[in-house]
Design a protein around this ligand. Structure first.
Ligand SMILES: NC(=O)c1ccc[n+]([C@@H]2O[C@H](COP(=O)([O-])OP(=O)(O)OC[C@H]3O[C@@H](n4cnc5c(N)ncnc54)[C@H](O)[C@@H]3O)[C@@H](O)[C@H]2O)c1
Length: 327
């Protein structure tokens, strides 16, 4: 049935699940039918959006029969819940990281293929308008051959202590984005981590990835007192700088000094005031873009770009490798 409202449900109504509920409730293509969460305090969220509430997701799936689900439970339960939904022919948007282990990820990918399930993973930054624009600019060769991509994803310690470390929780976004922009996977990965406020896990990390001719560097932490989410790309003919939060994007053309060196003031003018262009992108909530793409694909739109779960599997594999290298 093309272009019909999709019956959707959400499993897990915590921090991130709340955002899935809000966005589905606003999307004309979605009919938000239910929320399942083991914590009865989340019933209020279901009530807010006129959705049925269940404590048991299995009961919810069999009683409300959604066509698609967002699975937003803690990562340790991703594989179990996604497998249950896929076995019942339900399309799945699974939050990132895809699973706890690469083996679990492989099994989910296999099951989705076997059961013809539309399966994607919530690598939300892929849907950020600045990343969509950056990918086009990179593929058009706007900055020539990329030599490095540097990402910063830092901020203060969360109110509730994260259950995982900062690489699996935060840096996995940037690992995915760097590979996506370069169109390949790294051949080597190096990492360093430290623990300051977390009682068990590393809460500050730096990762360096070697893509052969290009490198990716990530700083991720729950330590810096200000929230920063940036990306910069250096290429042979230009430089791009993006801010995930404000969705601002700036482009600098390579500024080779062609005039003879006329002293320091000439040097400062040339290098200190390069040609800058502000690239306009239309501000949009990345999760709304992601959910719309998921619904469109279910409705048969093959042009609708979704994160391939194999890319999510690679991001998890690399993140686990970075953790292991540090340990
Ligand atoms: N894409 C992003 O930017 C982003 C941001 C935050 C979190 N996440 C991901 O979303 C997932 C959830 O994270 P969160 O921060 O919302 O966690 P959370 O702890 O705030 O919420 C998880 C919810 O799942 C419920 N739950 C646990 N087991 C369940 C089960 N078996 N059945 C039904 N409900 C169950 C809990 O009661 C809780 O309400 C994680 O995988 C996390 O990595 C993604």
């Amino acid at each position: 049935m093309p272009n019909h409202k999709i019956r959707v449900a959400v499993i897990g109504g915590g921090n991130m699940g709340k955002n899935h509920m809000r966005n589905y409730s606003l999307l004309p293509g979605a009919d938000l039918v239910a929320l399942a969460d083991i914590n009865p305090a989340t019933k209020i969220l279901a009530d807010e959006y006129g959705a049925q509430y269940f404590t048991d997701y299995q009961k919810m799936l069999s009683e409300t029969k959604p066509e698609a689900v967002s699975i937003v439970v803690p990562t340790t339960f991703h594989a179990e819940v996604a497998e249950y939904a896929m076995k019942r022919g339900i399309h799945v948007l699974l939050e990132k990281p895809i699973a706890s282990t690469v083996k679990e990820a492989d099994e989910l990918i296999k099951l989705a293929e076997k059961n013809s399930i539309i399966f994607t993973v919530g690598h939300i930054e892929r849907y950020n308008p600045i990343i969509i624009k950056l990918k086009t600019m990179v593929d058009e060769g706007k900055i020539g051959k990329i030599t490095s991509i540097v990402c910063k994803r830092v901020g203060g310690f969360p109110a509730i202590e994260p259950k995982t470390d900062v690489i699996i929780d935060l840096a996995v976004h940037d690992i995915d984005i760097i590979s996506f922009l370069l169109g390949k996977q790294p051949t080597k990965i190096f990492s360093h981590g430290s623990r300051t406020h977390h009682t068990k896990q590393i809460d500050s990390a730096e990762i360096l990835m070697d893509y052969g001719g290009a490198s990716g560097f990530i700083q991720a932490n729950w330590l810096t007192p200000v929230k920063i989410r940036t990306i910069s790309l250096t290429g042979s003919t230009g430089y791009l700088e993006g801010n995930y939060i404000t969705q601002e994007l700036e482009y600098y053309k390579h500024n080779m000094i062609k005039t003879p060196n006329k002293g320091f003031s000439n040097f400062v003018t040339n290098m200190g005031e390069p040609k800058k262009e502000v690239i306009k992108v239309d501000f949009e909530e990345p999760l709304a873009v992601e959910l719309k793409a998921f619904l469109a694909r279910i409705n048969g739109d093959k042009q609708s770009h979704l994160v391939n779960p194999r890319d999510a599997r690679e991001a998890l594999r690399l993140a686990l490798e970075a953790v292991k290298k540090y340990e």
